[in-house]
Design a protein around this ligand. Structure first.
Ligand SMILES: NC(=O)c1ccc[n+]([C@@H]2O[C@H](COP(=O)([O-])OP(=O)(O)OC[C@H]3O[C@@H](n4cnc5c(N)ncnc54)[C@H](O)[C@@H]3O)[C@@H](O)[C@H]2O)c1
Length: 426
C-alpha cells in the first residue's frame, strides 16, 4: 500500500483516486471546489461514469479513500502526488499550464521529504521541468504519467489499460510509479519525460486523424453511392488499420481532442515543423459540423428559419454527461444561428446543466423532444435512441425527415414508418 494524494477530482482525478483506492492504496483526494469535496465525502458522484459510484462507496467504506479541500491539505502524508488539474486551451492554441503551476506552487512547501510528484494532466513537452522549477525542491522527483482513459468507460480503462506510460530521468522514481499498477499487470512503458508527454499528444492527434479520415471517406461515399459502414468493415479487418474508431459521425469533440490537437500544432510550430496534416484533420472536423448542419437544412426543405428541429443527444459521446466541446452543441449553435428552434433530449442532461445553449428547450424524453418537429436529428450515439419506435415518433412529429448523424437508427424501420432517413456516408 502506498500513500497517494490526488490533486483535482474531475474525470481523471476522481477516476484515478477511486481506482487506486480499489487497488489497495491509501488515497487522499484534494480539490479547490469545497462543494464537490462535500458531495464526494458523502459518496455522491458529481459526474456520470460507469462504476464510479460503486468504487467510491467501497473506498469510503474501507477507509482507503478520503476527500479534503485544497491541494496542500491532501499531500501532508503522501509518498506520491498526482496532479490531475485542467490544462485548457490557451488563447494561442497552446495548453494553459496555469492550473498545474498553481497546484505545484500550493504544495511546494508542504510536500513530505523525497516525495514523488506525478503529472497526470495532459501537458506540453517540457512541463515536467516546469513543475520542477515551480516546486524548487531538489529532493522531490517529478514524473510524467499521462492518462489515456476514455470518458464513458473511465474506470474499466484505468483498471485494464492498454498501457501505462511513465516518463522520468530517475529510474527509481519511474519504478515506484510503475509499481502502483502492479496488481493490474499493466504493460508499463518507461521513457524519458519528453517522450511520455509526446506519446499522449501523438495518440490523441492520431485518433482525431482516424475520425476525420473516416468522415472524409464518408463524404466520398455519398458522392459515389457507396456505404461507409460497409467500407469501414472492409477496412477494419486489415490488422494494420484495426476496426476500432472507424465510425463516421457528426465530427469529433470532447474536452481533449480539440485542445490537444491544437496544442500539438503549437508544439510543432515551436520546433519549426509545419504540421499541415494535423491542421487538415482539424479543418475536416470543422467542415463536418457544417456538412451535418447542411443535411438538416436540406431535410427542413432548404431553410432553417423557423424550422423546429428535434435533437437526440447533447453530450459529446454516449455514456457520459460531459458537454465540453460537444459536436452536438457545435451543430445546435449553427441551427440556432440560422433561425431554427431546437428541442433536445439527452439521457444525462437537464436544462440547467452548464454548457446547454440557453435557447435550447430540453425535454425529458426522446418522443417529447420530437413533438411538433419538422426534422429529427441524432447527434450522440446513445443506445436508448435505437429502441425508440419510429411509429411513436410519427404520431407526434409533423415532419417526416430524420438526419442520423451517428448512423444509429434502423434505416429500414424508419423508412417503413414513413420517414426519409439521411445518414452519414451512405
Ligand atoms: N477528461 C478526459 O477524458 C481526460 C482523459 C485523459 C487526460 N485528460 C487530462 O487530464 C487533465 C484533467 O482533466 P479532467 O477532464 O479530469 O478535468 P476536470 O475539469 O474534469 O477536473 C479538474 C479538477 O481539478 C480541480 N482543480 C483545479 N485546480 C485545482 C487546484 N489548484 N487544487 C485542487 N484541485 C484543483 C477542479 O476543481 C476540478 O475538479 C487535463 O489535462 C486533461 O487534458 C482528460
Amino acid at each position: 500500500m502506498t500513500r497517494l494524494a490526488i490533486i483535482g477530482t474531475g474525470y481523471v482525478g476522481l477516476t484515478t483516486g477511486v481506482c487506486f483506492a480499489h487497488l489497495g492504496h491509501d488515497v487522499v483526494c484534494g480539490d479547490i471546489d469545497a462543494g464537490k469535496v462535500a458531495r464526494l465525502s458523502r459518496g455522491e458522484v458529481p459526474i456520470v461514469e460507469h462504476r464510479l459510484d460503486e468504487l467510491l462507496a467501497e473506498g469510503l467504506r474501507n477507509g482507503n479513500l478520503r476527500f479534503v479541500v485544497g491541494a496542500a491539505a491532501a499531500v501532508a502524508d503522501a509518498e506520491i502526488v498526482f496532479l490531475c488539474v485542467p490544462t485548457p486551451q490557451g488563447d494561442d492554441g497552446s495548453a494553459d499550464l496555469s492550473y498545474v503551476e498553481a497546484a505545484a506552487r500550493e504544495i511546494a512547501q508542504v510536500l513530505p521529504y523525497e516525495c514523488i510528484v506525478v503529472n497526470k494532466s495532459t501537458v506540453p513537452v517540457g512541463s515536467t521541468r516546469v513543475v520542477e522549477r515551480v516546486l524548487q525542491r531538489p529532493d522531490v522527483r517529478v514524473v510524467s504519467n499521462p492518462e489515456f482513459l476514455r470518458e464513458g468507460s473511465a474506470v474499466d480503462d484505468f483498471l485494464r489499460p492498454d498501457r501505462v506510460v511513465v516518463g522520468c530521468e530517475d529510474r527509481s522514481a519511474a519504478i515506484a510509479v510503475g509499481a502502483l499498477y502492479d496488481s493490474i499487470r499493466a504493460q508499463v512503458i518507461v521513457t524519458d519525460p519528453a517522450s511520455a508527454e509526446t506519446i499522449k499528444y501523438a495518440a490523441n492527434a492520431f485518433l482525431a486523424t482516424k475520425l476525420s479520415f473516416v468522415n472524409a471517406i464518408a463524404a466520398i461515399c455519398e458522392g459515389v453511392g457507396a456505404d461507409v459502414n460497409d467500407v469501414m468493415v472492409g477496412m477494419g479487418y486489415d490488422k494494420r488499420i484495426g476496426a476500432e474508431f472507424l465510425r463516421p459521425g457528426p465530427g469529433w469533440g470532447g474536452s481533449c481532442f480539440g485542445k490537444d490537437s491544437r496544442a500539438l500544432l503549437n508544439i510543432a510550430r515551436e520546433t519549426g515543423y509545419q504540421f499541415d496534416l494535423l491542421a487538415g484533420v482539424i479543418a475536416v472536423n470543422d467542415e463536418q459540423f457544417e456538412r451535418v448542419t447542411d443535411k438538416i437544412r436540406v431535410a427542413a426543405g432548404g431553410s432553417l428559419q423557423d424550422a423546429v428541429i428535434a435533437v437526440w443527444g447533447l453530450t459529446f459521446k454516449a455514456r457520459t454527461d460531459d458537454l465540453r466541446d460537444s459536436p452536438s452543441v457545435s451543430i445546435i449553435n449553427r441551427l440556432l444561428a440560422a433561425g431554427a428552434t431546437v428541442q433536445a433530449y439527452d439521457p444525462t442532461v437537464s436544462a440547467i446543466k452548464p454548457g446547454v445553449p440557453a435557447a435550447v428547450q430540453v425535454h425529458d424524453s426522446a418522443v417529447s423532444a420530437a413533438t411538433g418537429a419538422h426534422v429529427l436529428t441524432v447527434l450522440t450515439e446513445w443506445d436508448d435512441f435505437r429502441w425508440v419506435a419510429a411509429a411513436d415518433v410519427a404520431v407526434v412529429m409533423p415532419g417526416r425527415a430524420v438526419v442520423d448523424g451517428r448512423n444509429l437508427l434502423d434505416r429500414a424501420a424508419w423508412q417503413h414508418a414513413g420517414f426519409t432517413h439521411t445518414g452519414i456516408g451512405r
